[in-house]
Ligand binder design. Structure first.
Ligand code: ARG
Length: 303
């Protein structure tokens, strides 16, 4: 169901959909960030361990780096929603239409309304997802670099039934992937479509049928395989804008391997957020269109 100011094209007072001249993201400061409960394996053992001061410093480091390569809008944090900083999971946006998440856990459902309101005020159309078939935004649904089709995961948070419903918002084909390792409870922890037609992924997070689908879509020389060690250091949870990649610090040569493919990689300290189960990618929601270059090279990175 679509709601918003443009629920029907015949509505008078037609207001244009948001238009972006540059890649644009939404971030939410970690004002109330903490590990207050355990809804993923990374949070266990980290209850109330994040330092808010350090988290703020780390978040600001990412914010400043992202502002170098994109526009960044801000969403006000709400007390009582400690995971709201992971704003990428609250929606999936493309062409001015936002599929708003129905979080699997009640602890995160409080994040839905503030984002819905922000998106509506910013002029986005809303595509509502039913509560009974949970859907966790960019956590579990990612467009390929051209925006031509959607990869969507199920198995932990997002229900498979929601995949078709969400893809129908844009009339795009959807490829469903099954996640089998609870440490990689979201697709954005083990799968990252990158510009230049590359895919970075951790094969151990998927069942055999999903691996076949991935191999059918990406030629071997376009697949950047991440090791288990790298995946557990959130190596796949990256923000990619054109040839730029922003990521947490992974203690291997992963950044070098990406540079070898022509990417400009910035590694950041994001350890306080990793205690909560997420890294760079989860901290920013894409608002502008995937597949539009905005003058930034989204094609083959220069090698
Ligand atoms: N505590 C949040 C949750 O469990 C963390 C989200 C980070 N997730 C991610 N896919 N990177 O929902």
């Amino acid at each position: 169901m679509i709601t918003g100011s443009l629920s029907s094209p015949s509505v008078s007072g037609f207001s244009p959909l948001p238009h972006f001249n540059r890649p644009t993201y939404l971030m939410c400061p970690p004002e109330w960030y903490d590990v207050d409960y355990v809804i993923n394996p990374w949070m266990a053992g980290n209850l109330h361990r994040p330092s808010r001061d350090t988290a703020f410093m780390q978040w600001k480091g990412l914010y400043q780096e992202l502002r170098r390569i994109a526009d960044v809008r801000l969403l006000h944090a709400r007390e009582g929603s400690p995971d709201m900083v992971f704003v990428a999971h609250a929606a999936l946006v493309q062409h001015g239409l936002a599929a708003v998440s129905s979080f699997a856990h009640p602890q995160r459902q409080t994040e839905e309304q503030p984002l819905r309101q922000w998106l509506q005020e910013a002029g986005f159309l809303l595509w509502e997802t039913p509560r009974e078939t949970s859907f966790e935004g960019e956590g579990d649904a990612l467009f390929d670099a051209n925006g031509g089709h959607l990869w969507a995961a199920h198995g932990v948070r997002t229900c498979q039934i929601s995949h078709r419903h969400v893809a129908d918002a844009w009339h795009v084909p959807v490829i469903s992937l099954h996640l089998v390792d609870p440490r990689f409870y979201h697709l954005d922890l083990c799968f990252a479509p990158l510009s230049g037609g590359y895919l970075m992924y951790f094969p151990g997070a998927f069942d055999a049928a999903s691996l076949d689908k991935i191999k059918a879509a990406y030629a071997a020389d376009k697949r950047i395989v991440v090791s288990e060690l790298e995946a557990t250091q959130f190596g796949c949870n990256v923000i990619n804008v054109g040839r730029n990649i922003l990521m947490g610090t992974v203690g291997t040569d992963l950044a070098e391997r990406l540079r070898g493919r022509g990417f400009e990689v910035t590694e950041l300290q994001l350890g306080e957020f990793e205690r909560g189960g997420g890294s760079a990618k989860s901290l920013a929601l894409r608002l502008s269109d995937m597949g539009v270059t905005h003058g930034v090279s989204a094609g083959e990175p220069a090698v």
